[in-house]
Design a protein around this ligand. Structure first.
Ligand code: UTP
Length: 301
């Protein structure tokens, strides 16, 4: 199965950081988010990946390309470990690129993948969503897709007041984590939302979506919405929602990024001890009410 990673959005919620750099390149410590997304695909056995890029996204292509200069420099200095790490990035997968000429929405970005996909079901992995799961998130969907042979989208439970930030499904529960979708609606007001099951950033979609996207009108926010196209597809074909097992971080929001950064540090063997010690120290300061923003002494670990 091929994967499409849309990464052409402007990232308005993270300006000014995204003025001159892609939000998908925001790092969790030392790894850009989109590398973690590519790694998730690779861990699921996906080898061909199309990244949808756009204006100001050159850094993404450079990141996955071979860097002769850096490699030469590290080799000359005998920094073997770092050299290997850098070389491995360019060997992760077969990564292809196409430019979305204007950021007209996620649906429009997916339509740019039409020729690459070749009329087969494909995975969609949002380039700014990071997941911590025992089984790679997209693999959970691929396993379900193998069994059900139908489009399947990942959902998560969100608090009712937050539903208006997401695409929401109306579904009939079939199994503990599986729903047949009756309909989908993009960013409904809380009182009109059919459920609190929000579309998360991983999908497996049948290629019939392209025909629908080709004729699509703009929806919420003046963009061509993938959710609207999926709503039409689900009227034609059976479509499932899978309640995924794991935790999601939306790197495109300030708090999402903040939480992901901290928790990623805690997950790393080389950083955990110092990170925990620092957090304990900070929590203690906050609890004692002695946390000061300026001129405070800093712990030296
Ligand atoms: P988002 O809605 O989170 O991205 O889309 P955005 O539009 O850049 O964010 P804001 O609202 O302005 O802050 C989810 C994913 O889809 C991509 C984004 O790059 C992101 O990875 N996307 C979005 C596209 O590729 N093209 C688009 O036109 C819109």
């Amino acid at each position: 199965m091929k994967a499409v990673i849309p990464a052409a959005g402007i990232g308005t919620r993270f300006l000014p950081a995204t003025k001159a750099q892609p939000k998908e390149m925001l790092p969790l410590i030392d790894i850009p988010t989109i590398q973690l997304v590519v790694q998730e695909a690779v861990d699921a056995g996906i080898t061909d990946i199309l990244i949808i890029t756009g204006r100001g996204k050159r850094a993404i292509e450079d990141h996955f390309d071979k860097s002769f200069e850096i490699e030469h420099f590290l080799k000359a200095r005998g920094q073997e470990k770092q050299l290997k790490q850098i070389q491995n990035i360019s060997k992760l997968a077969n990564i292809h690129y196409i430019r979305q000429k204007e950021p007209k929405g996620l649906g429009h970005a997916i339509l740019c993948a039409k020729n690459f996909i070749n009329n087969e079901p494909f995975a969609v992995m949002l380039g700014d969503d990071y997941y911590v799961c025992d089984t790679p998130h997209i693999k959970q969907l691929m396993d379900a897709h193998k069994r059900l042979n139908a489009s399947i989208i990942s959902v998560m439970q969100v608090p009712k007041p937050h539903v208006s930030r997401f695409g929401i499904i109306d579904g009939k529960q079939m199994e503990k984590n599986l729903f047949v979708i009756r309909s989908l609606v993009e960013k409904p007001p809380a009182e009109k939302a059919p459920s609190n099951l929000a579309i998360s950033g991983r999908y497996i979609v049948s290629p019939e979506i392209f025909g629908i996207l080709e004729g699509a009108d703009t929806g919420a926010g003046g963009e061509i919405q993938l959710t609207d196209a999926l709503a039409k597809l689900c009227k034609k074909q059976v479509m499932y929602a899978h309640l995924f097992d794991g935790v999601r971080y939306d790197i495109g929001t300030k708090m999402g990024y903040y939480k992901a950064f901290i928790e990623y540090a805690l997950s790393r063997d080389d950083l955990r001890d110092e990170a925990v010690e620092y957090l304990k120290w900070l929590t203690n300061k906050i609890t004692n009410g002695s946390f000061k923003r300026e001129g405070e002494e800093r712990i030296v670990l």
